[in-house]
Design a protein around this ligand. Structure first.
Ligand SMILES: Cc1ncc(COP(=O)(O)O)c(C=O)c1O
Length: 389
């Protein structure tokens, strides 16, 4: 059995051999200050109280754990959906941005920079900044701004500046580069990172703020069914909604855990975002984790129909959980996700984000005819994806 001590991982910044902080010297002191501020906040009960207050009163938590009767009947299994799509702003991302922006305020920051892929983290950051009166600049790849246009409008309405970049594939990885550059150039800024990726303390901090998903889901399934689920499913971009759900169940041997990677169109041919299935250990964007690489070991671009999964890296904790064998990560192809997007809409009246549709497709493949009890994380709602497929 895996001996997994999340609290010491959070303090050390390492998950097994993965994690750490690989950044230029100029950023080292800034991130060390964020790390200390986060540690102080964790030790201060008033921080947690404030955070829980906004989750309840502003975000609308707890999100329901909904028993999906028609999907269950269709699959021959018992499927519960964790409804992160019902949060204010329509995705799990707000859990993390409320926490990080509260921390930014404690650190005295007045300017916030963020990256976004699908736009959900950008919207959630712009929302939290509006709530607390901070200035906000969101960096986004031009390709993502095109395919997630409704979220660009939302961010602007919320008072954020949206800066697009044409570098690389003009997707999430390029937005992270642009945001990190802006952060390095502005000593007064706070970087609100949207997934459990990047240099320490972000993977631990994002995990902490998203772990509310799993804590709630665990209590809710015990209340509804009187037992733990047989399996969990979540999509994995950088890995924040997934680790948020998984973290509460990692010590439960009987719970099988599955992560759905963005398979794209061709995993073997590298037209994919399936980092853990197809990639290799590598230092990328400030952390040691897995990354999609070419034959020479250099990072390559990712490909996925889903802007939120279209990232060649992955959070270091997921790399560790893969190598430990605790979580099974598998690619879900673009067309499978599009099919599941329609199926969940028609069977349950729930239009999922295309990212979340990867988790639904994965569950449909794994659960059919098994009679198993499962939780699928619906990480966000699909309004942003209407008219795309
Ligand atoms: C709705 C939704 N789900 C999932 C993701 C993937 O991110 P993560 O793996 O950090 O949860 C995104 C990213 O933008 C998203 O918007």
């Amino acid at each position: 059995m895996l001996h997994y001590d999340a609290s010491s991982a959070a303090l050390s910044g390492y998950f097994g051999r993965f994690g750490g902080r690989y950044v230029p010297e100029a950023l080292e002191a800034r991130l060390a200050a964020v790390e200390s501020a986060f540690a102080r906040a964790l030790a201060d009960p008033s921080f947690d109280e404030e955070y829980r207050h906004y989750l309840k009163q502003y975000v609308g938590r707890p999100s329901p754990l909904y028993r999906a009767e028609r999907l269950s009947a269709e699959l021959g299994a018992v499927v519960y959906l964790k409804r992160e799509d019902l949060n204010h702003t329509g995705a799990h991302k707000i859990n993390n941005t409320i926490g990080q922006i509260l921390l930014a305020r404690r650190m005295g920051a007045t300017r916030v920079v963020a990256e976004t892929g699908a736009g959900q983290h950008g919207v959630a950051t712009a929302t939290a900044c509006a709530l607390f009166g901070l200035s906000c600049t969101v960096y986004m790849g031009a390709e993502d701004a095109r395919r997630q246009a409704p979220n660009v409008e939302r961010m602007k309405l919320l008072g954020a500046a949206v800066k697009t970049t044409d570098a690389g594939t003009a997707t999430l990885k390029d937005a992270v580069d642009a945001a990190l550059g802006a952060y390095a150039a502005d000593p007064e800024a706070f970087y609100c990172l949207g997934s459990a990726v990047g240099p320490h303390p972000y993977p631990s901090m994002v995990r902490y703020f998203q772990s509310v998903i799993g804590q709630e889901a665990r209590a809710q399934i015990l209340e509804a069914e009187g037992r733990l689920p047989d399996s969990l499913f979540a999509c994995v971009g950088g890995g924040s909604n997934a680790i948020g759900l998984f973290s509460a169940f990692l010590g439960d041997e009987g719970v099988a855990i599955y992560g759905a990677e963005g398979g794209g169109t061709d995993v073997a041919g590298l037209k994919t975002a399936a980092t853990l299935s197809r990639g290799a250990p590598c230092v990328f964007q400030g952390t040691f984790s897995y990354c999609l690489v070419d034959e020479a070991g250099n990072p390559v671009d990712a490909h996925s129909i889903s802007a939120g999964l279209d990232y060649p890296g992955i959070g270091p904790e997921h790399a560790h959980l893969k190598e430990e064998g605790r979580v099974i990560y598998e690619p879900v192809m673009d067309d499978e996700a599009v099919e599941a997007f329609g199926i969940l809409s028609r069977l349950e009246g729930i239009i999922p984000a295309i990212e979340s549709a990867h988790a639904v497709a994965h569950a449909m493949k794994r659960l059919r005819g098994t009679g198993r009890l499962a939780i699928v994380n619906v990480s966000g709602r699909g309004d942003k994806d209407l008219g795309r497929f």
